[in-house]
Ligand binder design. Structure first.
Ligand SMILES: [Zn+2]
Length: 505
């Protein structure tokens, strides 16, 4: 037989399909898994005795596209075993956007990256908010028929250029200003082009169930394959509602709709303080910059009173992770920052941070419970995700960015036993490969791409936490992308082996 480039010896292979592990050698040739069996030989070998070998993990919901230009190593992806990501989620994609005063199309975006390599593979969905912003800015109003037609054309062009689908971010501006009719019209274009839909739904707190209902209507009207993004029930009074929301989704699946979920294994979410404390209900018609509402005494009072009624003065459940101009406060709770500033009003401190940063300040928000996280993870159609880009040199971020996949394995599989190890691996590999149509990925089988993780299951540990999110994982011995070793002993070696994925229609 032909000479192999590399043989991984005596690995416990968990192939990604959900099947139990077996001990074997895995031979690699020209970036592919060429041979699986015992007694394989090559000049280069890796001894994987006592280690688990799986397909490379697929980050089912990410923002990787935003870092392709500036941080193409995508190091924090690889360092948790992610060899492929789907970027452009939550309604917000890097493309199509204005570059130097003109709209750069998705087609141009793809041609810019032709021949360029990245640490981890990336596919993109285009964001509804990105498209709406390109056509009509960020104004709070319904689209005119002409604007809707423009959005549909831009969306169709984006899909034909190689995007795999569209993401909604109906919680965020300007998607939160759209009607269900607009969403359905766009979803039908996605369906015509053979794409799929994902959605950060309109609300995940008090309005969770009506938001699930709305997205189900959009899915049913379009017939698209669809994903509920980072499914959760936020804020204490809503804990447990994921049982109801998932029952609604299960009923639609039983009716024949092709629906999935993704989830990150943490009880804190992460977004801007602006999105958290100034939801759409406070935005009068015509609003283009919600941050200005906090500078107008009249609207400030309405928002203050409304948010005070929700939270009172204690918002110690908010850790500020991104605070332009005040890096010394990053990693502290809003309460701690207020104390250092000598302010007694914590909510007003949060508003001050929003104003000072023009709404860019980010935080982690402890608004979920463990039981709900475990319930969502255990659903057979739930995939694991980071919901993140890469750190881009920042010191403070949500630890999911560095450790989601390792935590799902160490905490939720090994320590808590929420699902079996082969089942958790399936949620990270063949399931997202199926959902996103990645035919050569997600399974250890002869002929598939040699994207591979090798780890010590007993030693696997996510070390990053909310105070020190930069800490490296433990127990991830090797990661291979297209047959090349890119991570050894938890650290990326700067080899870039992956390409931007373009869907050919
Ligand atoms: Zn989101």
């Amino acid at each position: 037989m032909t000479k192999l480039d590399l043989v991984i010896k005596n690995a416990t292979v968990i192939d990604g399909t959900g099947a139990e592990g077996y001990i074997s050698d895995v031979g690699i040739k020209d970036g592919k898994i060429a041979k699986i069996g015992n007694g394989l030989e090559a000049e280069k070998t890796i001894d994987a005795s006592g280690l688990i070998l799986t397909p490379g993990f697929i980050d089912s919901h990410s923002h990787s596209d935003k870092s392709l230009i500036t941080f193409p190593d995508l190091a924090e992806k690889l360092e948790q075993g992610i060899t492929f990501s789907i970027g452009g989620m939550c309604g917000s994609s890097y493309t199509p956007i204005e570059v130097n005063g003109r709209l750069e199309s998705v087609e141009e975006f793809f041609s810019k990256f032709e021949g360029i390599s990245f640490g981890s593979g990336t596919a993109i969905v285009v964001g509804h908010n990105t498209i709406r912003r390109a056509v009509m800015g960020t104004v709070n109003r319904l689209a005119t028929p002409e604007e809707l037609e423009k959005m549909k054309t831009l969306l169709r062009d984006s899909l034909r250029a190689g995007a795999i689908g569209m993401s909604f971010g109906l919680f965020y501006t300007p998607g939160c200003y759209s009607s269900i009719e607009e969403c359905i019209e766009l979803a039908r274009v996605v369906s015509e082009e053979g794409g799929l839909l994902t959605s950060h739904i309109r609300g995940e707190a008090d309005n969770l169930l009506e938001s699930v209902e709305e997205y189900l209507k959009i899915i049913k009207a379009s017939g698209c394959r669809a994903v509920f993004s980072h499914h959760k029930s936020a804020e204490k009074q809503n804990w447990g509602k994921v049982k109801e929301s998932i029952a609604m989704i299960d009923r639609a699946i039983a009716e024949g709709y092709d629906i999935y979920l993704d989830v990150y294994p943490y009880t804190a979410s992460s977004t801007t303080l602006l999105a958290r404390f100034l939801p759409k209900k406070y935005h009068p018609e015509g609003t283009t910059r919600p941050v200005e509402l906090l500078r107008n005494p009249e609207t400030h009072k309405i928002i203050y009173d409304g948010e005070y009624a929700r939270w009172g003065n204690d918002i110690s459940w908010t850790i500020v992770t991104g605070y332009n101009g005040h890096p010394e406060y990053e990693g502290l709770t809003v309460n701690e920052i207020a104390e250092r500033e000598g302010k007694a009003d914590n909510l007003e401190m949060a508003f001050e941070i929003i104003r000072q940063t023009e709404g860019t300040a980010r935080g982690c928000f402890f608004t979920m419970c463990e039981e709900d996280v475990e319930y969502v993870i255990s659903h057979p159609r739930a995939m694991i995700c980071t919901d993140s880009s890469v750190a881009c040199g920042k010191r403070q971020f949500h630890p999911r960015l560095r450790a989601s996949f390792i935590r799902a394995l160490a905490k939720y599989t090994r320590d808590r036993g929420i699902v079996s190890l082969p089942e958790m691996i399936r949620k990270m590999t063949s399931l997202p490969a199926h959902v996103y149509g990645l035919g050569t990925k997600g399974v250890i089988r002869e002929g598939m791409d040699a994207d591979i993780c090798i780890f010590n299951y007993e030693r696997l540990r996510d070390v990053a936490d909310y105070k020190t999110p930069t800490l490296y994982n433990e127990g991830l011995e090797y990661v291979l992308v297209n047959g090349k070793v890119v991570v050894e002993n938890n650290r990326h070696n700067l080899v870039k082996q992956a390409k931007l994925y373009k869907k050919i229609r």
